[in-house]
Design a protein around this ligand. Structure first.
Ligand SMILES: Cc1cc2nc3c(=O)[nH]c(=O)nc-3n(C[C@H](O)[C@H](O)[C@H](O)COP(=O)(O)OP(=O)(O)OC[C@H]3O[C@@H](n4cnc5c(N)ncnc54)[C@H](O)[C@@H]3O)c2cc1C
Length: 350
């Protein structure tokens, strides 16, 4: 029997789940097709942060993205009676006096003063070595991405809107005002395949780059932590005595395995400030779908207008995806033009 929906979504990572909710919350219907494989979203710590704490600058469209995030995830939590959004301040651990000077200069800038406190912050925690104290960032936190995705898939299954399979491009048909995939008919199909987009015959011309990231989950029985600590790696409270440590960035290696190099990097950086013994419970890795211009890939195929892409979330899917999904939704149903910086029309000469 044929089913008619507003959109078919391919992929169940942060991008695909966020698209699904953007449509569902506005009363539209979806069908998600996903292979259930663990993509980059399955290893993401889920941190959202409107600032870049290496250079002390703000993220592109930080205020707009955060505003959407703070409305979006709580609405889903309320609907599912769940809690996966965890607002938590970040403490940027200072390495020397020079950094403090730069921080104080940057913290008063208009785009940063809503997030960065100008004064240094002394957080007394005997487990953390921080001789130069910290800079405090607010408006930050983390989303338990595994819960978010699991709950989303459960919900979609409960309304018969999820199919577990590897998408078969041979079964896809494009018509003037709709698409057909097997027994599903939809106005549009949106591909949210993460790094696997490189195998998509309609969008593999877009310049997506893989950036491998590795993280640990560690167990530290005696550590009490009220903040996310950001030094050259971050340390984030997860549950009970489990913490996240991450992350590495590697553009050259997209192999499907954890590396010793990353393990050595994460342990050496962590041990510069964590004074307690710890056990590595899990060493995970994933390939971030990144783009050269650091803007996502959103919009319609230049020839097959009902085929769309939603990808390139880089290292910021949790913050970026709700805003970008709203942009796409509004461009389709409210006639608002897509932000030109995310629209894939920018590659149309390729
Ligand atoms: C170590 C690490 C730490 C990170 N930490 C953070 C963080 O703290 N905060 C943050 O915001 N971001 C973080 N990221 C980045 C974030 O993980 C990515 O931006 C995000 O996961 C991209 O999501 P996605 O849905 O586009 O892709 P994916 O997560 O890869 O999901 C795509 C899904 O689609 C499926 N799929 C693809 N093609 C098909 C097909 N043809 N048929 C069926 N199914 C298909 C895949 O199997 C996969 O399940 C981190 C990434 C890494 C690697």
């Amino acid at each position: 029997m044929n089913t008619k929906v507003d959109i078919i979504i391919v992929g169940s990572g942060i991008a695909g789940c966020t698209l699904a909710w953007q449509w569902l919350l506005q009363g539209k219907s979806v069908m998600m097709i996903a292979d259930g494989k663990k993509g980059s979203s399955a290893v993401a710590a889920g941190v959202y942060n409107p600032t870049i704490l290496k250079r002390f600058t703000s993220v592109w469209k930080a205020v707009d993205q955060l505003e959407v995030l703070n409305d979006f995830y709580p609405r889903i939590e309320a609907l599912l009676d769940a809690a996966f959004l965890h607002p938590t301040d970040i403490l940027r651990r200072f390495h020397d006096e020079r950094e403090i000077k730069t921080w104080k200069k940057k913290a008063v800038k208009e785009d940063l003063n809503g997030f960065m406190s100008e004064d240094t912050f002394a957080y007394e925690n005997p487990a953390i070595h921080a001789p130069f104290d910290y800079g405090k960032v607010s408006g930050t936190g983390w989303v338990d991405t595994s819960s978010y995705m699991e709950l989303t898939i459960d919900y979609l299954q409960s309304i018969s809107s999820y199919r577990s399979e590897d998408f078969d491009f041979m079964e896809l048909r494009h018509y003037v005002d709709h698409v057909v995939y097997k027994e599903s008919i939809a106005d549009r199909i949106i591909f949210a395949e993460g790094f696997q987009m490189l195998s998509n015959p309609f969008f593999n011309n877009l310049p997506l780059e893989g950036n491998k990231g590795e993280v640990f989950t560690i167990k530290v029985p005696d550590l009490q932590l009220d903040y996310i600590i950001k030094s050259s790696v971050f340390l984030m409270p997860f549950t009970d005595d489990l913490f996240w440590v991450g992350a590495t960035y590697n553009r050259d290696d997209v192999t499907d395995a954890p590396t010793l190099e990353a393990k050595e990097f994460l342990t050496s950086r962590l041990e510069r400030f964590l004074k307690l013994p710890y056990e590595i419970v899990e060493h995970k890795y994933g390939i971030r779908p990144t783009t050269k211009d650091r803007r996502p890939f959103v919009g319609a195929h230049k020839e097959f207008k009902n085929y769309m892409v939603f990808n390139g979330m880089g290292s910021r899917a949790v913050l970026m995806a709700p805003w970008a999904a709203q942009q796409l939704f509004d461009s389709i149903y409210k006639d608002h033009p897509l932000d030109s910086e995310i629209d894939i029309q920018r590659f149309n000469e390729l």
